[in-house]
Design a protein around this ligand. Structure first.
Ligand SMILES: C[S@@+](CC[C@H](N)C(=O)[O-])C[C@H]1O[C@@H](n2cnc3c(N)ncnc32)[C@H](O)[C@@H]1O
Ligand code: SF4
Length: 365
């Protein structure tokens, strides 16, 4: 049965973190209000009958908006779309922009998953990368979320910044506070961000590539020991807590994205909104369409599917005429133990996730 994911982009933040180049920034209350209205108009214009299996409010920092504004957007979605009974409904939050009241209203609006940008449990690292919260506030926000009824709680972590001697302890503290899912990202030093410039001018010293890989390995071990199962390159979940919304992306499912810079993928057509907030406010109807060729669809299927532990469906590959056992590069990598095949899927063995990009390139050559 077809299922649909809905993504809502909220591009506002209290301050801009030093490493971040997402479409997000600091905007006035007036712009925020106008944005919410434009978003609701855009949602109301879309008509798709498919049942909605997941909704994800991401950013930026959705929790910066008032609970009332989030409620209005949610109301528009519920009025216009057909939500599955067990739909996963997530909201991304910065630990310092949630209060008990806000969290309670998220629960009453139907949110059942919350994601906190924790990044690190080392206050020195948090300062270094320009976060507006500390370790204690992050743990407090997680506990508060759990106390109002959230059972499914994610923490984003950022690795590759500074040596961390307490990895195992950090993971344990997060789990004890209530975290059931961890997204652990290796820092990407984005061109022209303040962190990039500070590193270039030797004002700060980040971990070298080798040190980062060694740190990642330690995280992998600590996550495993604490029961977090790696089901995608950067994502780890306790049993039954995989993120349905992201799994739908990786399985090339259909989704609709609302808001500035949001992408949609429906009936083999991908379309995207402008990345410019003023343009979006002027005309949220404008979309950039791109019909994918058969080869592009196949490449996307392999690229996204192989990011997951389960891998890419052999049936879907065959639908594109791709036969693994007739592909020279695939056979070679199977013989080298880099990829494996079971009855239903082709997958990268976990110890080779680190070279996933090279493997994927070979498969789509
Ligand atoms: C769009 S942010 C949303 C979370 C929320 N705004 C917050 O930061 O609390 C999603 C996640 O992307 C990750 N991220 C952002 N910039 C990154 C970068 N340059 N390299 C690696 N990960 C990054 C961070 O871990 C962040 O929590
Ligand atoms: S990391 Fe999150 S809070 Fe920081 S600037 Fe980016 S979107 Fe905003």
């Amino acid at each position: 049965m077809n299922k649909l994911g809905i993504y809502v982009h909220i591009p506002f933040c209290e301050s801009k973190c030093k490493y971040c180049n997402f479409i997000s920034g600091i905007f006035s209350q007036d712009i925020q209000k106008r944005y919410v209205s434009a978003l609701i108009e855009e949602i109301k214009r879309e008509k798709v009958e498919t049942k909605v299996a997941s909704i994800f409010f991401g950013g930026g920092t959705p929790s910066i908006l008032t609970a009332e504004a989030i409620g209005k957007i949610m109301h528009a979605i519920k009025e216009n779309f057909n939500l599955a009974k067990n739909a996963e409904i997530s909201i991304e939050c910065n630990p310092n922009s949630v209060t008990k009241e806000k969290l309670k209203s998220y629960i009453s609006l139907g949110f059942n998953r919350i994601s906190f940008g924790v990044q690190s449990l080392d206050d020195e690292v948090l300062m270094l990368i320009g976060r507006v919260h500390n370790k204690a506030q992050a743990l407090q926000a997680i506990k508060l979320a759990r106390s109002v009824g959230f059972k499914n709680i994610n923490a984003d972590l950022l690795l590759g910044i500074k040596e961390n001697k307490n990895i195992s302890n950090d993971i344990m503290e997060l789990k004890t506070a209530g975290v059931t899912h961890i997204s652990a990202y290796m820092l990407i030093l984005e061109q022209d961000t303040p962190l990039f410039n500070e590193a270039k001018q030797n004002k700060i010293k980040l971990l070298s590539d080798d040190e980062s890989v060694a740190q990642y390995e330690k995280y992998l071990k600590a996550l495993r020991q604490n029961g977090f199962y790696r089901y995608e390159i950067s994502n780890f979940a306790l049993k039954d807590y995989k993120c349905k919304h992201n799994l739908n992306y990786w399985e090339c499912g259909e989704y609709l994205g609302f808001g500035v810079s949001a992408h949609s993928y429906i009936n083999g057509v991908r379309y995207s909104n402008t990345e410019n907030i003023s343009e979006y406010l002027k005309n949220s109807k404008y979309k950039n369409y791109e019909k994918l060729t058969k080869q592009e669809k196949l490449e996307e299927l392999i690229m996204l599917g192989l990011r997951t532990k389960r891998g890419v469906s052999l049936k879907k590959l065959e639908g594109f005429g791709y036969k693994v056992l007739e592909n020279k590069n695939a056979l070679k990598m199977i013989s080298l133990g880099l990829i494996k095949m079971n009855n239903t899927h082709l997958y990268i063995t976990s110890k080779n996730f680190g070279i996933a990009n090279q493997i994927i390139l070979r498969l789509v050559e």
